[in-house]
Design a protein around this ligand. Structure first.
Ligand code: PEP
Ligand code: MG
Length: 576
């Protein structure tokens, strides 16, 4: 039997299934008999003790590496011992005759709702600490172990409904052979990270959670977008042979990672790396790049107990600058929202999160954490070529407002006598059509810009980048994309401003020649894409790239564009 989905990260692997579903608390609402009060209180004590042990263990492990996060876990231990909440739970069990787990949920919800309504960010953050602790106690009550993908005892193929970007970020690269998910598309953040880590992945596999059980043996074919259940004999042998061929081909392409990205006629193209943190693993290939054209800083805020403070962020951004050894690092201010949820920012529930309070819009609504991030970035700017890039910009007013905000943060640093680089470059992401269409007015207002093709494509085609049902409408090769990108490139060139691309198209070797032909000569991409992109650059010359770009603008459909790009790639191989 086979299941089908969208292949988002190459490779073919065989292995054992591990279903991954984060714990969802469902406390029983039932009332208990008086005779069960004692047992419920005992179970409550046991769940709290287990939660405390977990927290203390985690805190001890994290303290040497991330002391700020360890402090938050210590605070969670304090919450567990809070006499007011504890008495509330016991009272609900004893006199309200509520089951212990229902009482835990009710008591924690009561206080977190109160804090959540506060106008002060600090208070709202405390509300999410209470929710974290509540979930931990309820999971312990249910006797379930904490599940995450950061350390696995054996290699597995992860099968899940949805994978949050924070899960993907902390993934155990050796333990996770592949990923199969019911939702998500090729530019979801889970896909972007899987690709960066070279973990084969097929997303949008409808029904996979219903059909696959823990321990099932499957072949994940992320070349064709198939999941094959328990293939035997000749079928299995055929997959294995293809897996070996694909791996050899990928190894061959990887040889280009260290190459100079220079066209046949000598034009040097800038090839940078997208990063989501500063771990050694994340920065492993920094030396092969020209710098970072996109540091997705929101990942620094995700998958951890608390929001990193100004000092911690300053150390992280400085570390990124050091890792790139004097090359530019483009720090994108937090782009929370859409598929990157962060409870601590107190995000409201929205019908259309991709059209909602996201990126810069959210930063304006939460000036305290935004200010801390900007101050940390400005402080780091004293140590190298750090650039600040704003996400989800839709109008000139937003650019002016953000610039004024950044200036204010600089003044706060001046008042503290802290050094920062006054010439720090400030740029924007071009990903909302309203800003792309006024690129001629935008260019003089910024130092640089980078086209976020992932969002530009979803907004231009009105197709949710996560929704597998509209995958066919999400057309990166739609002629509208080529026209908009070409017009933006022309506007920026005429004002002498730098323009790059840091969305997934910027790491797609098939389309790179056309983008160069449209006038873009800076690309930033996941580490794994640097080799195939450099290989594509070395196979082309500027005149034929310009000709190709002209054709792509005029072709009527994405399918025709793909055909044209594939034919170009076939005749431009540097190996030929
Ligand atoms: C983009 O939209 O293309 C982009 C680079 O930003 P993100 O994928 O993080 O939304
Ligand atoms: Mg984007």
């Amino acid at each position: 039997m086979k299941l089908f989905g969208t292949p988002v990260s190459r490779g073919i692997v065989a292995g054992e299934v591990m279903r991954y579903a984060p714990f969802r608390a469902e406390p029983s609402a039932s009332r208990i008999d008086e005779s069960d009060v004692g047992t419920n209180l005992e179970l409550y004590d046991r769940a709290v003790d287990m939660a405390r042990l977990e927290l203390e263990d985690l805190r001890a492990r994290l303290a040497p590496r991330v002391p700020d996060e360890a402090k938050i876990l210590a605070f969670h231990v304090e919450i567990l011992s809070d006499p007011v909440i504890d008495e509330e739970v016991r009272g609900m069990v004893r006199t309200g005759l509520m089951s212990g787990d229902a009482a835990v949920a009710a008591a924690f919800d009561k206080y977190s709702d109160l804090l959540g309504r506060s106008k002060r960010v600090l208070m709202r953050e405390r509300a999410s600490d209470l929710r974290d602790v509540k979930n931990r106690v309820l999971r312990c009550w249910a006797g379930e172990k904490e599940k995450n993908l950061s350390s696995l005892d054996r290699p597995v193929i992860v099968v899940c409904d949805d994978l949050y970007p924070s899960d993907t970020l902390s993934i155990d690269r050796g333990g996770v052979l592949g990923i199969i998910a019911q939702t998500g598309g090729s530019t979801s953040h889970a896909a972007i990270i899987a690709r960066g880590y070279e973990i084969p992945a097929v997303l949008g596999v409808s029904g996979c959670m219903g059909c696959l059980k823990d321990g099932d043996m499957v072949v994940l074919d992320a070349e064709r977008g198939e999941v094959v259940m328990a293939p035997l004999g000749a079928e299995r042998a055929a997959y294995e042979a293809r897996a070996v061929r694909v791996e050899a081909e990928m190894r061959g392409v990887r040889r280009w990672r260290g190459a100079e990205p220079i066209t046949r006629d000598g034009r040097r193209i800038w090839v940078g790396m997208n990063i989501a943190g500063v771990s050694d693993r994340e920065l492993e290939h920094a030396p092969s790049s020209d710098g970072s054209g996109l540091f997705r800083t929101e990942f620094v805020f995700m998958g951890r107990a608390g929001v990193p403070g100004e000092d911690e962020q300053y150390r992280i951004y400085r570390r990124a600058l050091e890792a790139f050894g004097g090359k530019p690092v483009t720090l994108r201010t937090v782009d929370i929202g859409g598929d990157k949820r962060l409870e601590r920012f107190g995000l409201p529930k929205e019908e259309n999160p991709f059209l909602g309070l996201r990126g810069l819009r959210l930063c304006f609504a939460r000036p305290e954490p935004f200010g801390a991030q900007v101050r940390a970035a400005l402080r780091a700017s004293a140590h190298g070529d750090l650039r600040i890039m704003l996400p989800m910009v839709g109008s000139l007013e937003e650019i002016a407002r953000a610039r004024a905000f950044i200036e204010e943060q600089g003044e706060l640093l001046d008042a503290r006598g802290v050094e920062w680089n006054r010439g720090v470059k400030i740029g924007i992401m071009i990903e909302i059509p309203s800003i792309a269409l006024i690129a001629d007015l935008v260019a003089p207002k910024v130092d640089f810009a980078s086209i976020g093709t992932n969002d530009l494509c979803q907004y231009l085609n009105a197709a949710d980048r996560l929704n597998p049902s509209v995958e066919s409408c999400y057309q990166e090769y739609h002629p509208a994309m080529f026209r908009v990108i070409g017009d933006v490139a022309r506007a920026f060139a005429s004002h002498g401003r730098e323009l790059g691309i840091c969305g997934e198209m910027g790491g797609d070797p098939l389309v790179i020649p056309a983008l160069i032909g449209l006038g873009v000569e800076k690309f930033s991409m996941g580490a794994a894409s640097m080799a195939p992109v450099k290989r594509a650059i070395r196979g082309l010359d500027m005149a034929s790239a310009a000709e190709l770009a002209g054709e792509a603008r005029e072709l009527g459909t994405a399918a025709e564009a793909r055909e044209c790009l594939s034919a170009f790639a076939a005749r431009s191989s540097p190996d030929a």
